[in-house]
Write a protein that binds this ligand. Structure first.
Ligand code: CO8
Length: 259
């Protein structure tokens, strides 16, 4: 595979690829170069027909402790505006295949936002989520006031963004930010298991399901239902749809071809 400075990537059997953020001396702070590598790696996986789902994780101590504060510190407005600082982050949410985040340790600021750009979050017992930007004299810039509010509700999102207080893994689970909490040393394996389950299905159908769920965050209910129905009908253009239903009737496992 490719050599990265701030990532470790692994392409496994069964259609799953794993990306580990690897900047151990800075708790995986999300510098421009790190995010550049991450977006490239995810795009490569998105374009790789052998990859059907991705697991994104960090270390046991930190998923990511936020954007790189030292890198941002001396920038001025003209610079950040003209260069659209950190705009590349939004490309993570353009990835069409599912991304399962395995979050251990700190998921703060941009780290929490990055986790929320993923599709499923599995948290280790030691995970902590927070938006501490206010303590640095700034506000979240990649979804911390938007995605978080949609997930945990206004009051708790306000409290997190206005005080910088953190959610532990169990409260994050209770409030729907994560799917479930597992022992810290099992987080990555659990993420891989979820990704492997997804990866047994048909790629275009996986992409359609992810797309539809994401549209629910953008559209009115009526528009979303129409969008869903249109994509549901469109699966009837796939041979995998016929294969899936035929296999059910024949009481055998389907053999999907991604067509
Ligand atoms: N940026 C740069 N370096 C960092 C960061 C960071 N976010 N977090 C930790 N580090 C570095 C530390 O400076 C330290 O380096 P060194 O040893 O060279 O001093 C090393 O990582 C280890 O960290 P600590 O010694 O601080 O470890 P502790 O266990 O004592 O503390 C904490 C861990 C609590 C996580 C602490 O490091 C901390 O508070 N980090 C900052 C958390 C934070 O404020 N994050 C938000 C950053 S702002 C942001 O994310 C805005 C996102 C906007 C996105 C916009 C997209 C368009």
């Amino acid at each position: 595979g490719q050599i990265w400075e701030f990532l470790r990537t692994e392409k496994r059997e069964n259609g799953v690829a794993v990306v580990r953020l690897h900047r151990p001396d800075a708790l995986n702070a999300l510098s421009g170069p790190l995010m550049g590598e991450l977006v490239s790696a995810l795009r490569n996986m998105d374009n790789d027909p052998e990859v059907k789902a991705v697991v994104l994780t960090g270390s046991e101590r930190a998923f990511a402790a936020g954007a790189d504060i030292k890198e941002m510190k001396d920038k001025n407005y003209a610079e950040v505006y003209k260069t659209a600082m950190l705009e590349a982050w939004s490309e993570v949410s353009d990835i069409r295949k599912p991304i399962v985040a395995g979050v251990n340790g700190f998921a703060l600021g941009g780290g929490c936002e990055l986790a929320m750009m993923c599709d499923i979050i599995i948290a280790g017992e030691n995970a902590v989520f927070g938006q501490p930007e206010i303590q640095l004299g700034t506000i979240p810039g990649a979804g911390g006031t938007q995605r978080l509010t949609r997930v945990v509700g206004k009051s708790l999102a306000m409290e997190m963004c206005l005080t910088g207080s953190r959610l532990d893994a169990h409260l994050a689970e209770k409030r729907g930010l994560v799917s479930r909490v597992v022992p810290t040393e099992q987080t990555v394996d659990e993420g891989i298991k979820v990704a492997e389950k997804i990866a047994q299905f048909s790629t275009p159908v996986i992409i359609a399901a992810k797309d539809c769920v994401n549209q629910s965050q953008e559209l009115s209910l009526q528009q979303g239902l129409k969008y869903e129905k249109a994509l549901f009908w469109s699966t009837f253009a796939l041979s995998d749809r016929l294969e899936g239903m035929t296999a059910f009737k024949d009481k055998r496992k389907p053999n999907f071809t991604d067509e």
